[in-house]
Design a protein around this ligand. Structure first.
Ligand SMILES: *[C@@H]1O[C@H](CO)[C@@H](O)[C@H](O)[C@H]1NC(C)=O
Ligand SMILES: *[C@@H]1O[C@H](CO)[C@@H](O)[C@H](O)[C@H]1NC(C)=O
Length: 354
């Protein structure tokens, strides 16, 4: 039998984990925005769908798999608790206890109900074998450890999120609560039109009025390069362009995000806006990405530093035009247009690419 056939049989017979799981444990905070994906490959009606927020009374948000609810791209994890900062809510468990299957609703609120606590954990996707970060359910605060999150069919073809306690074997045969794995999907895709209501706009007020001009671009387009210029000349603002830096790397040379310390996302993103956002917060580096994101940090790991070849600019000159100014590039798909604050008393000059 050919080795490949044997391998194929093994994959069918056992849980394969050829993907390499990083050894360092993950903390219980995830500061980059993510979507929560639901996985249970034996249940196609829920597999690979996403957690939506659905506005309920009193500012609460209920949690559904579509078609009900608003796709939500900017969840974060704070001390093991799923948060949606723009709406000031976090995931809790409580209410709507069901006698039949002993499950209890999980939803989001700003009130102090006992939280649902998760631990981010690296794992191999059981189907694709890709590395992923799963949110392993730890406990319903104040209750015994264990149990799991499940989704149960609800109105209009949706499924709602529920908690099933440790050791629970009860099943509601009319609407089984399907056990699911929650997976962190870092937001690297643009929300479809009309669903941007959940994106953070809380930092909009930080936008200095002086950053709306894009004249710096047109006056400084390096000759011989395609337009728009692969980068924006911000030396007037005290920032130099350093290059196109890799982002979102599953490596242990630094944070998953190259510039993890502050971020904003906007329909009006420009490189000027981003450096102003980071400068205002005292950060040395600012980077734009995926047309609409701005990331800040004080360090760039040596392995994440951009190259200085002309070719290295391609990943940030690839059609990811800034949402706030189509004459500028704002990074790429998991690549940052990286700018660095110039030191006082030093000439402020962009990197030279050859
Ligand atoms: C997670 O964030 C919380 C609140 O911001 C903080 O108190 C805690 O120390 C952080 N945990 C880790 C492991 O960094
Ligand atoms: C999928 O759901 C079924 C029904 O709840 C459950 O028995 C099974 O363990 C789940 N599979 C995974 C991988 O969670």
């Amino acid at each position: 039998m050919a080795p490949s056939t044997i391998a194929a049989l093994l994959v069918g017979a056992a849980v394969s984990s050829a993907c390499t799981i990083p050894t360092e444990p993950l903390g219980n905070n995830i500061t980059y925005p993510f979507r929560a994906q639901v996985q249970n490959a034996s249940r196609p009606e829920v597999h690979n769908k996403y957690m939506n927020l659905f506005e309920a009374g009193g500012g609460d948000r209920h949690l559904f798999i579509g078609p009900v609810g608003v796709p939500t791209y900017d969840l974060t994890l704070v001390a093991g608790v799923i948060n949606h900062v723009p709406n000031g809510v976090r995931a809790v468990i409580g209410g709507e206890y069901s006698e039949i299957d002993h499950t209890t609703k999980m939803f989001m609120t700003g009130r102090d109900d006992p939280r649902a606590i998760f631990q981010p954990t690296y794992a191999c996707n059981p189907v694709t074998d890709g590395l992923q970060i799963e949110l392993r359910f730890v406990t319903w605060q104040g209750q015994p450890e264990g149990g799991h999150i499940c989704v149960r069919s609800s109105f209009d073809g949706s499924h709602e999120f529920r908690y099933s306690p440790p050791g629970n074997r009860l099943i509601d045969v009319n609407r089984e609560c399907i056990k699911v794995t929650l997976v962190v999907m870092p937001t690297t895709d643009l929300p479809p039109p009309g669903t941007s209501t959940t994106l953070s706009t809380s930092t909009t007020s930080a936008r200095p009025t002086s950053t709306s001009s894009s004249t710096a671009t047109s006056t400084s387009t390096p000759t011989g390069l395609p337009t728009p210029a692969p980068f924006t000349d911000l030396t007037d603002l005290g920032f130099r362009f350093v290059g196109c830096a890799p982002e979102e790397r599953w490596t242990d040379d630094g944070a998953f995000r190259t510039l993890p310390d502050a971020t904003e996302s906007s329909d009006d993103m420009t490189n000027q806006r981003c450096v102003a956002f980071c400068a205002e917060r005292g950060f040395r580096y600012a980077g734009t990405e995926w047309r609409r994101e701005c990331w800040c940090g004080d360090e760039v790991a040596p392995t994440r530093r951009p190259a200085t070849t002309l070719e290295s600019l391609a990943r940030c000159d690839d059609g990811y035009l800034c949402t706030g100014d189509p004459a500028q590039n704002c990074g790429g798909d998991a690549w940052l247009s990286l700018y660095e604050r110039c030191e006082e008393g030093e000439a402020c000059e962009n990197e030279v690419f050859t």
